[in-house]
Design a binder for this molecule. Sequence first.
Ligand code: ADP
Ligand code: MG
Length: 240
Amino acid sequence: MISLKDVSKWYGQFQVLTECSTEVKKGEVVVVCGPSGSGKSTLIKTVNGLEPIQQGEIFVNEIKVNDKHTDLAKLRAKVGMVFQHFELFPHLSIIENLTLAQVKVLNREKGAAKEKGLKLLERVGLASHANKYPAQLSGGQQQRVAIARALCMDPIAMLFDEPTSALDPEMINEVLDVMVELANEGMTMMVVTHEMGFAKKVADRIIFMDEGRIVEDRPKNDFFDNPKSARAKDFLAKIL
Ligand code: ADP
Ligand code: MG
C-alpha cells in the first residue's frame, strides 16, 4: 500500500534522509522510532507529500506521491495524519472541525458529513462534546478528536507523528487505546512513537532510524529481542 524507494531529501545543504526504502502492506502497523533529529517526522511527512523529496519514489496505492500531476489534497484525505500538537481549528466547534474537510475536499453533503462526524465522535468516546470548542477539551480528548477527524475522510492509511508526546501521562492511554483499536480493525498505519508498549502490542514491524537512514526494518520480535545495530541497542537500553 505504501512504498518508498531510495528516498533522499535535503534541507538546503543538509541531507535529512538518505536512501530510505521500505514497504507497508495493507493492514500492517509499522512503528518508526529512533533518536531525536534522526528524520522520523520528515520520513512520514514524505508519504502524504507534506515534505517534497529530491530523489527516489514514493507510491501510495499505486499513486505516485512525488509527481507534480498528483492531487495532493485528495491524497492527504486518503492518508490521514495525526500530529503531536492536535492542530484542530480553534475557532470551530468539534463537530465543525469534523465536517469541514468532508464538505470541502470530498464534496459531501453537510448533513451526511455531520452524521459521519457524530458517529466517529461516538467511536472515540466524545459524542457529548460535539458542540464544544477545542480549548474546552483536555489534550487527550483533543487528540482523540484529531483522530476522529482524520477517520471521517475514510482513509486507506493513517500516519501518526508522536501523537502522545505532548500529553500529560494520565491521558496517554486514552489515545493509545483508540490507536490499538484501529490497528486491531486492520487499519494500515505508520506510527512514530516512543511508546514501546504500544509497539510491542500492535506493531508488525519496527523501523529504526539514525541520522536520516533506515538502520533496521524488521519484525517486532526480532527488533526487540535482538537489535542488530549498536545504535538501536543503545536506544532500547535508554527507553525500555
Ligand atoms: P525527528 O522527527 O526524528 O526528530 P526530524 O525529521 O524532525 O527528526 O528532523 C530531522 C533533521 O532535519 C533534524 O536535524 C532537524 O533539525 C532537521 N530539520 C527538520 N525540519 C527542517 C527544516 N524545515 N529545515 C531545516 N532542517 C530541518
Ligand atoms: Mg519528530
